[in-house]
Design a protein around this ligand. Structure first.
Ligand SMILES: C[S@@+](CC[C@H](N)C(=O)[O-])C[C@H]1O[C@@H](n2cnc3c(N)ncnc32)[C@H](O)[C@@H]1O
Length: 200
């Protein structure tokens, strides 16, 4: 009990210093552990609308394909993918607050049959059903995630990363888009190399 209380205090401290109030809700609601916070690999900033459009265009998403957004935030990429491209979507989000918001937005858009939101850690998720993966994390997070991408993804699965490359992978295409401040941001398109899959 003493240990649990100490852990909870530590979690609250981390929540305060790292990402604010939403994390504190998780600590209370879910009895989160310090491990949960150490797996939060990116800040909660949504992609700008035109970046979402460009990422999906670059992904060449087809009707019926399944897009995984790893760290889906409020679900904006999934909602556009499902409504505009008739794709299926799976979003994994570590923040309980954001996962709830995403699920509510999906419901409001009437897309529950196409889009599933999972409140969880994408580092602990089987990604093998994906045809397309979208990322807006950070270079270090992409590096941490890469072994899982190589482990789970089928050959030729497209991976689109906004702003940050995947270290060790060579993009098949890069394009540029404006960010919030008119600065230029890069979108990286990868295709899971058959050479990696052949090593399995
Ligand atoms: C920069 S935001 C991108 C949100 C959304 N993909 C978009 O482009 O609008 C990164 C998201 O990843 C989530 N996240 C970070 N680490 C995670 C993890 N290990 N598992 C699931 N979600 C995570 C954060 O909570 C945050 O919402």
């Amino acid at each position: 009990m003493r240990f649990r209380f100490a852990s909870l205090l530590a979690v609250l401290a981390v929540g305060f210093t790292c990402t604010g109030q939403a994390q504190i809700l998780i600590a209370f609601g879910q009895q989160s552990t310090l491990e949960d916070f150490s797996h939060n690999l990116a800040p909660r900033v949504g992609s700008p609308e035109h970046a979402v459009d460009k990422m999906l265009e670059v992904a060449n998403l087809k009707p019926g394909e399944t897009l995984y957004d790893l760290g889906c935030g409020d679900g904006r990429i999934l909602i556009t993918a499902a409504s505009r491209y008739k794709a299926k979507g799976v979003g994994i989000e570590i923040s309980e607050n954001l996962a709830r918001t995403a699920a509510e937005r999906v419901k409001k858009a009437g897309l529950q049959s196409q889009v599933k939101i999972i409140h969880g850690d994408f580092m602990k998720t089987d990604l093998s059903a994906a045809n397309v993966v979208t990322l807006y994390l950070a270079t270090a997070a992409n590096d941490t995630l890469r072994p899982n991408l190589e482990r789970y993804l089928k050959p030729m699965t497209r991976v689109v990363s906004y702003d940050y490359p995947i270290p060790g992978w060579k993009p098949i295409e890069t394009s540029e888009t404006e960010g919030r401040t008119n600065a230029v941001h890069t979108i990286y398109l990868y295709q899971v190399p058959t050479s990696i899959i052949n090593k399995k």
